[in-house]
Ligand binder design. Structure first.
Ligand code: ADP
Length: 227
């Protein structure tokens, strides 16, 4: 089929996607939008760990103690979670948000994908400065039920502390406090930022300016995935 035709595969959006970016760069927001648009599941290791915390499991207690100090959960525990997820879900698409977060996780993820004959299509690198992220995170409130994200002054809910989407209660994340944020940023720079080069060397990375409003972020993300 000619380029630009109806079934032109070169114009089909990528479907097996990893989102990289600092805490507060908008990975969760972009993923929540993309999951509806691409009809592929959004996998947030942070959300999986928060669910474990809510159920007070052994893993949840470990994740809580890591999260409270801004540290990462050990790599092997995270990659086991991811492998279990991949085992029981269709292989034609996913949006990983918050994973991989270290070089060993990225290497183990390669092995997992190879074992399941899955090819990673794209890595979105959301770029934003520390000052912007700090302002976002310190004002962030999240729906406890559907995970929709708001900002106390910039994207406030219609009714105070109530989610516009599902009516759930809005809460602040414990790891969004200022001291914990500083440690999360340090850990991001030390452990995670280098993954961009790891994936760039394979030609998978699409840089996206994430210091923009949500609507513009969606546009740039979509352009990156369909270009
Ligand atoms: P952020 O907003 O910082 O991207 P997440 O919601 O992705 O936060 O994760 C919250 C916490 O859960 C992290 O600070 C870390 O303790 C733990 N966590 C999440 N994903 C991973 C991962 N891939 N590896 C190790 N720890 C993780």
């Amino acid at each position: 089929m000619k380029s630009g035709g109806f079934f032109d595969v070169s114009r089909m959006p990528s479907r097996c996607i990893v989102l990289l970016g600092a805490p507060g760069s908008g990975k969760g927001t972009a993923a929540a939008w993309l999951t509806g648009r691409l009809k592929v599941p959004h996998v947030s290791t942070g959300d999986i760990l928060r669910a474990e915390m809510g159920a007070d499991t052994e893993l949840g207690r470990l994740a809580k103690s890591c999260g409270e100090t801004g540290r990462l959960v050990p790599d092997r525990i995270i990659t086991d979670l991811v492998e279990k997820w991949v085992d029981v879900h269709p292989r034609d698409g996913f949006l990983f948000d918050g994973f991989p977060r270290t070089l060993p996780q990225a290497e183990m993820f390669d092995e997992i994908l190879k074992r399941h004959a899955i090819r990673l299509d794209a890595v979105l690198n959301l770029i934003v400065s520390r000052a912007i992220v700090e302002e976002r995170i310190l004002g962030r409130v999240v729906c406890a039920q559907c995970k929709a994200v708001y900002h106390q002054s910039r994207v406030p809910p219609r009714c105070e502390a109530i989610c516009n989407v599902c009516g759930g209660a809005l809460t602040r994340r414990a790891d969004d406090e200022v001291g914990v944020f500083q440690e999360r940023w340090r850990v991001y720079e030390r452990e995670t930022a280098g993954l961009v080069d790891f994936y760039r060397a394979r030609g998978l990375v699409h840089d996206v300016d994430a210091a923009v409003d949500v609507g513009d972020l969606y546009d740039s993300v979509w352009k990156a995935l369909t270009s």
